[in-house]
Design a protein around this ligand. Structure first.
Ligand code: ZN
Length: 172
């Protein structure tokens, strides 16, 4: 199949499969104690970048899964223009990532869990389709939303429980 023409029309089944790949990345973040967000970038039928959130590991607030995946995809394509690529991410992109996505001119963004407070793909704002910017990405929201949301929910619940736990009795 010619990568430049695939997929012309989004296929919900294909979206579910690639979101599964992004979820696998999110689980890696979870296991590493990072906010569980995973992303993959697909060109034609092929995954060309896979990344998970590594803010704590790299001590870098910009090391969101999407940012790392974009860098990887640009290396793979050999160009900063990702006009025939689709990004799959388990959580709605933040304004920083959405800005980077527009700069890279991605064709489409598919996300799992929406973020009404900080999402920049229509949740709190829509940077991906901002009228005066020179590129707009198509958006497919809510793919495998429950699984994506569940992962985030259990992560933050676990973090809270850890914080609320009474201190261990001092060794005598
Ligand atoms: Zn982000």
């Amino acid at each position: 199949m010619d990568p430049s023409t695939f997929p012309e029309i989004p296929d919900p089944e294909i979206d579910r499969v690639f979101m599964g790949e992004a979820l696998r990345q999110a689980v890696k973040a979870y296991d590493a104690g990072e906010v569980p967000v995973g992303a993959v970038i697909v060109r034609g039928p092929r995954v060309i970048a896979r990344a998970w959130n590594q803010v704590e590991l790299l001590k870098d607030a910009t090391a969101h899964a999407e940012m790392l995946a974009l860098t990887m995809a640009q290396e793979s394509v050999g160009d900063w223009r990702l006009t025939d690529c689709t990004l799959y991410v388990t959580k709605e992109p933040c304004p920083m990532c959405a800005g980077a996505i527009v700069h890279c001119r991605l064709a489409r963004v598919v996300f799992g869990a929406p973020d009404a407070k900080g999402g920049a793909a229509g949740g709190a704002m829509n940077v991906l389709q901002f009228p005066t910017l020179n590129h707009r990405s198509a958006i497919t929201p809510g793919v495998r939303e429950e699984e994506c949301r569940h992962l985030l929910k259990s992560f933050f619940l676990e973090q809270r429980q850890r914080k609320d736990r009474p201190p261990l009795p001092a060794d005598s």
